[in-house]
Design a protein around this ligand. Structure first.
Ligand SMILES: C[S@@+](CC[C@H](N)C(=O)[O-])C[C@H]1O[C@@H](n2cnc3c(N)ncnc32)[C@H](O)[C@@H]1O
Length: 322
């Protein structure tokens, strides 16, 4: 099935990296049919008839089943018309009012009903490089803001926005049912997103208060998981058979560091992590330091920076166990 996607403008590379990791994790082969990095339009041909994977994505803003690309609106309308059952109402949505009117009129003329307030189907139509690109919208449920840290029973300011937490989980290249561990779990922000996307979750933190708070937060979302009080440098003694580790490392500003020197803590954590991960498994770590581990067990497969505010830029590293 071909999907027409509009990517978020929040980062030049992460939305595409997220799609690639989710498809790889789900075992879905795909190829890119069309891409415009400026307008952030992407068309992929994915070897699946199921669009469920789209609901996992954090950095895709619009999605549709791709129908047609042409410089001629008549050709677009004919193809769209064939796809809409006679009993359904539709509306065209585009950045251009002219396109909404002209395409809507052409589809309506052969006998379909328009409903601008509550249509059964929404046709998305983009226009670029003198071409119209159209598809039937697959609505994306977007409730990240409702899960912001301040709405949970246990709050700590170090917890990141759920949209970023979801992105990190996805970069781990996991599929439903995989075991995801956050060994610096804090209040559980990453584990909540992993749990809501159907992963089996495991978490630990050296701080007993955080562990209790994390359990409360998971209960609040009806997520079950195994949360323990463990130093991250000793996770190999507690967990095994983990498919991915996704974590936001402490960096000694508002989050406490237990384990002395921060670089030593990171390295010792990675050494312990390498013992519980299967070969090919991913580790996604977030750190504000320019920290690039040189451990023979891991290959760096992605490096990204995201600016949180003027004094905080987070670095996301995606590693793979060899
Ligand atoms: C940046 S916060 C994690 C925030 C978390 N993602 C959340 O949603 O709340 C880092 C966490 O690492 C924990 N930590 C610090 N040193 C640790 C260590 N040696 N082992 C395990 N956890 C540690 C802190 O207690 C803190 O909860």
């Amino acid at each position: 099935m071909k999907f027409l996607l509009q990517l978020s403008g929040e980062h030049p590379d992460l939305p595409k990296a997220e799609i690639a990791a989710v498809l790889e994790g789900e075992g879905i082969n795909y190829n890119i049919v069309y891409e415009n990095r400026k307008t952030r339009i992407l068309i992929i041909d994915a070897k699946t008839k199921n669009s469920e994977f789209l609901q996992r994505l954090a950095m895709t803003t619009k999605a549709a089943e791709f129908v047609a690309m042409s410089n001629n609106l008549d050709a677009i309308s004919k193809n769209i018309f064939k796809k809409i059952p006679k009993s359904k109402t539709f509306a065209v949505r585009s950045e251009s009012h002219r396109i909404e009117e002209e395409l809507g009129e052409r589809i309506r003329n052969p006998g379909l009903k328009v409903d601008l307030t509550n249509p059964d189907l929404t046709i998305l139509c983009f226009y670029e490089k003198e071409k119209y690109i159209a598809g039937i919208e697959i609505p994306l449920k977007r409730d990240f803001n409702l899960r912001r840290p301040q709405f949970r029973p246990f709050f700590h300011p170090t917890s990141m926005h759920p949209k970023i937490a979801r992105l990190l989980v996805n970069l781990g290249g996991v599929k439903k049912g995989d075991k995801v561990l956050d060994p610096f779990c804090g209040t559980g922000g990453i584990l909540i997103e992993a749990g809501l996307t159907g992963m089996k979750i495991f978490g630990s933190d050296v701080d007993e208060g955080m562990v209790e708070g994390c359990r409360k937060n998971l209960d609040f979302y009806n997520i079950t998981g195994e949360i323990r009080t463990v130093d991250a440098t000793k996770i190999d003694k507690e967990f095994k058979g983990i498919d991915a580790i996704v974590t936001d490392l402490p960096y000694g500003r508002s989050s406490a560091i237990f384990g002395g020197n921060i670089i030593e803590l990171y390295k010792n954590f990675l050494k312990s992590a390498s013992k519980i991960l299967k070969s090919g498994s991913g580790i996604v770590i977030v750190t504000p330091k320019k920290f690039l581990p040189k451990l023979k067990e891991f290959e760096v497969i992605g490096k990204y920076s995201i600016r949180v505010h003027k004094s905080l830029t987070r670095r996301i590293l995606v590693l793979r166990k060899g």
